[in-house]
Design a protein around this ligand. Sequence first.
Ligand code: 3PG
Length: 401
Amino acid sequence: KTLAELGDLRGKRVLVRSDLNVPLDGQTITDDGRIRASLPTITQLTQAGARVVVCAHLGRPKGAPDPQFSLAPVAARLGELLGTDVAFADDTVGESARSTVEALQDGQVALLENLRFNPGETSKDEAERGAFADQLAQLADAYVSDGFGVVHRAQASVYDIATRLPAAMGGLVQTEVDVLQRLTSDPERPYAVVLGGAKVSDKLGVIDNLLGTADRLLIGGGMVFTFLKAQGHEVGKSLLEEDQLATVTEYLERAERDGVEIILPTDVVAATEFSADAEHEVVAADAIPADRMGLDIGPDSAKHFADKLADCRTVFWNGPMGAFEMAPYASGTETVARALVEATKGGALTVVGGGDSAAAVRQLGFADSDFGHISTGGGASLEYLEGKELPGLSVFDGEEG
Ligand code: 3PG
């Protein structure tokens, strides 16, 4: 259901669930990509004369107010980007929220405090979640789901609320789903997926599914050392998930049998410790010294990865190739990003998925427009590619509101 189907919204209170879970350094927002991505839907609603009540989470507080997870800095940034005042309620469904919403005029915007300050938001108990969704529903006449990054969460503001109010998907969720659909149903080939990030255990489901759809899997980041170990190499002090070795071995065998190319680094940047100042050198991936840890893919591997992406028509990338936030270990991620930019120029569909990867490409100086699409969803885009049912999307199939 689209916004247009909600009818005339002038004077109506519209609750918008956005994903404003941005990285913070103290009170400073270090990447405002998710806030920017939420603007079109909010603006569409204000222009329609709605009274817009934005709700969102930040981090993972434990169901109670915790100042370090306050959305106050996000309200300020949202106001700057919208070019208008954003009223900030310092609770979610309490007196402050009620009076803030009541004071809204047509076309004005408010942001509620972090939804996860309430235990009902993330509760596994349906009744507790439902009770919180009921309180949220009292603040609005209609609901718009625009937080793609949370559609994989069966949470009160994502799932339960959509059954309690007239509800629609916002443009951001629709765009994200349209793009990811192009990756899952008949992607243009060759189709390559680049996976990185720290933990292979976060990516098992998606690798399992991609072995049936992708032509090439390029693997870097901390997770690659479990692959190298599964191939019989020593990985020194690098990240290793011993308990995943059997699964990874099975993936390598399956890939070989089914003709899916798995491309692993042949060299790595190995450091004495996890620090920008640590002594580091490039070593062969099968000769990592016992006292070193791999913190980036090496230059030969980065070049090989770029070559493997050059002729691709579809590329999905999730997870940095190394500890890119420290300059000595950023070049693998940078080379892969550049390869995606080149592929984009050549007409390939390139999708960067995930908060970390999106932050990485921006931190390295790339623009969003250098890529086909930068997804606002990390876990959500992976679960979509995994073929899982996402509660925040499926609720619209059987919507009652
Ligand atoms: C994300 O950062 O991927 C989303 O905002 C979801 O956050 P969560 O993993 O804490 O639910």
